[in-house]
Design a protein around this ligand. Structure first.
Ligand SMILES: [Fe+2]
Length: 290
């Protein structure tokens, strides 16, 4: 009896977690997702009184920030070398010391390596490990989250374009979740139109009535339609929205941080093109104050 009540309570408090939507038609009908969205925005606003950086004002407003020539030339080359070593092992399926994935579909081949904070990685890949512990990067995420302590994750990503069907999910406009959440990349290859630059809708990270309605729609549809993928939309945008589209074509060794609560997509690339990056991300609970 006690455990049943406990489980029910846990389910009820799911709405104060990072769970993208709550699977209850009735609660969503009465506006639970709207409440979650607004509360997360309000707490983020309050946190701004304690933790708001001047250098990040543009980031808070636009949802992205880019810096070129981010690492020293020497450090960049060492990181690229360690990155290639790991990816080559991944491809041959010989990487056994950490979680690894090889995701395939017809349009892209996505080699992804979660770089964990452990002694083995520290010894085998000292440059990548020091990038993971880089204070400047950590500081960007503290300011983005408006929190002193954040849990930062790092992964290595190689995206190879297989064909022109452009059918991988992330090439559709989408948002990662209903609250502010952040992702950054250090690009190891040039990112031009041909290898699929990151696309972002400037300012779509900010509170809006349009988004509020969309959150409501997503929550309702998600609770009645099992095949529905919440938070994803079309490849094309209305002409008006298209005006706010930023395509981040940049040189290698550029650093980009974006609030992926805003609308974004992976740009379409030409067959055979490769895009390498070291990416960083957080998924902090928006209701946690400090
Ligand atoms: Fe995304």
């Amino acid at each position: 009896m006690f455990s049943t009540i406990k489980i029910k309570q846990l389910k009820f408090f799911n709405f104060l977690t990072t769970k993208k939507t709550i699977n209850s038609f009735l609660l969503n009908f009465f506006g639970l997702q709207i409440f979650r969205y607004l509360l997360s925005k309000f707490i983020y606003f309050l946190l701004g009184f304690f933790y708001s950086e001047k250098k990040m004002q543009k980031y808070y407003k636009n949802g992205y920030l880019m810096i070129d020539k981010f690492l020293s030339e020497e450090k960049f080359l060492k990181i690229k070398e360690e990155f290639n070593n790991i990816i080559e092992k991944e491809k041959k399926g010989r990487n056994t010391y950490a979680q690894n994935y090889l995701e395939k579909n017809s349009s892209i081949n996505y080699i992804l390596f979660e770089f964990e904070d452990n002694n083995e990685n520290k010894i085998l890949y000292p440059e990548l490990y020091s990038l993971y512990k880089d204070k400047k990067i950590y500081n960007f995420f503290q300011s983005a989250e408006r929190k002193k302590k954040v849990m930062l994750y790092m992964r290595l990503e190689r995206v190879i374009t297989n064909d022109q069907l452009k059918n991988d999910a992330n090439s559709h406009w989408h948002v990662d979740t209903f609250h502010n959440t952040h992702k950054a990349w250090v690009y190891l290859t040039d990112v031009k139109k041909k290898n699929g630059p990151f696309n972002y809708l400037k300012g779509s990270n900010r509170l809006s009535i349009r988004r509020l309605i969309w959150e409501y729609y997503n929550s309702i549809k998600n609770s009645i339609d099992k095949d529905f993928t919440a938070f994803f939309t079309d490849k094309n945008l209305s002409k008006k929205l298209e005006e706010n589209k930023i395509e981040f074509d940049c040189e290698k060794n550029s650093f980009l941080i974006a609030n992926t609560h805003g609308f974004h997509r992976r740009g379409d690339a030409i067959t055979g093109q490769i895009r390498d990056s070291v990416s960083f991300y957080t998924r902090e609970n928006p209701y946690k104050f400090f």
